[in-house]
Design a binder for this molecule. Structure first.
Ligand code: ZN
Length: 427
């Protein structure tokens, strides 16, 4: 029996929950031996329609704790103790990542091993809001960070002898300012990022601030248990966003509109669909994550993995606009274009406006070089396909000319992080 059919058997025949039996109907048993492509996709809406205790695959007595995060998309995790489920609240151990979990080293993929000794700074937005801790166990120390008080966070990390960091990327912007020349900066061994794409400017900033650190990332979707993907160890210096899937999940790509499977060959793009291959409190079977990815490489990787190498580009329908038959726009494409500008841009926001005809893109660049902002230059740098730029599509009359404005970097501080580096759609 394959790992997959064993996982399907666990999910479908589970004695504690008939979630999948109800979903698949009377011939549910035939689904256990099916190829994944023959099994219907699962959406967040379907899961939300079933109360927590009616769908989990373990008896209530086995629940020791429920991990809860705010989720960068603001949706909460599938196991999130909602106000409507007060009973669940008593299992809630922590918000964000507890020190205990950090010490168990469960979230870090190949970059933290149990036998390693490390002291780690855990930097998640929800930690900052809900708790502050310094916990110690078996030679490991875990310290929580608060991005609203960088000064105090890094002083606490320094005092605890932190040599590792697990963090969302955005709180680390400007980190060099707080750690430059400190023993902490020289001591840092590894930084594992989660929750958002790691931008190239941030990666460069971290390399500069922490010259001896390995910088990697993990792909975690708020709905999955643990992490789904990790930076390919052979591509660490190329991009932390180049990832393989963990053996605990099977990853598929599907066309977000038709739901059809997209073969994972180099350059293929699609929505990430995941299936849990190990038993979990709520096992996901063909779950649509809402994340959009591209296959960077397939076949045997130099790291030894046979799994395709993928990169998350953004959210389906939010960060990715199809411009058929000419190509497409995404926040990743915009970021690449912004990096080509001859001046430094700290961040950007972009809106794809469909209320005008033809639709068009407007961007706001946060930079101290406002006088040099040149919309045409940016339009020529935005590559919508390998042969066409945004400027070419303006000439073809497919899109309206790019509107580009500049705001000083100062303004960034007042901007919510979830609005940044996004391609939003105005309909
Ligand atoms: Zn690899």
């Amino acid at each position: 029996m394959t790992l997959l059919s064993r996982a399907l058997q666990f999910a479908i025949l589970n004695p504690y929950s008939d979630f999948y039996r109800r979903k698949y109907g009377s011939d549910y048993k035939t689904y256990i031996e099916k190829d994944l492509a023959g099994i219907p996709l699962l959406t967040r809406e379907e899961i939300d329609a079933t109360p927590f205790f009616d769908r989990i695959f373990i008896p209530k007595e086995m629940i020791h704790f429920v991990r809860a995060t705010s989720g960068s998309s603001g949706r909460g995790v599938i196991a999130f103790p909602l106000a409507e489920e007060p009973e669940l609240m008593r299992y809630r151990k922590s918000l964000g990542f507890s020190g205990e979990e950090a010490l168990a080293g469960r979230f870090f993929g190949p970059y933290f091993k149990k036998e390693d000794t490390y002291s780690i700074l855990i930097y998640s937005p929800s930690n900052a809001v809900h708790e502050t801790y310094v916990v110690e166990e078996g030679g490991h120390v875990a310290v929580s960070g608060d991005y609203r008080d960088q000064e105090k966070t890094f002083a606490r990390a320094e005092a605890a002898g932190v040599d590792s960091m697990y963090s969302f990327p955005s709180p680390l912007a400007g980190v060099g300012h707080y750690v430059a020349g400190t023993p902490l900066a020289a001591r840092m061994k590894r930084i594992v990022l989660m929750g958002e794409r790691v931008t190239e400017p941030l990666r460069r900033e971290l390399v500069e601030a922490f010259p001896h650190a390995t910088i990697a990332a993990v792909y975690a979707t708020v709905d999955a248990h643990g992490t789904v993907g990790y930076t390919c160890p052979s591509y660490l210096t190329v991009s932390p966003n180049y990832m393989h899937v963990f053996p605990t999940y099977q990853l598929e790509l599907v066309d977000p509109e038709t739901g059809h499977v997209v073969p994972q060959v180099e350059g293929a793009e699609g929505e990430v669909v995941i299936t849990a291959l190990t038993p979990m409190a709520f096992s996901l079977v063909r779950y649509r994550t809402g994340d959009y990815a591209v296959v960077r490489k397939h076949g045997l990787c130099s790291c030894g993995s046979t799994e395709p190498m993928f990169e998350i580009l953004g959210r389906v329908g939010l960060d990715r606009i199809k411009l058929l038959p000419y190509g497409g726009l995404s926040s990743a494409v915009l970021e690449e274009a912004v990096l080509k500008l001859p001046y430094k841009v700290a961040d950007f926001t972009a809106v794809w406006n469909e209320r005008i005809s033809p639709p068009g893109l407007s961007t706001v660049l946060y930079t101290d070089h406002a006088p040099y902002i040149h919309s045409d230059m940016l339009a020529r740098a935005i590559q919508v396909s390998s042969t066409r730029t945004y400027a070419d599509l303006v000439e073809l009359g497919v899109v309206s000319p790019l509107v580009c404005t500049a705001e000083p970097v100062e303004v960034l501080r007042t901007l919510p992080t979830d609005k940044r580096k996004r391609l939003q759609v105005s309909r």
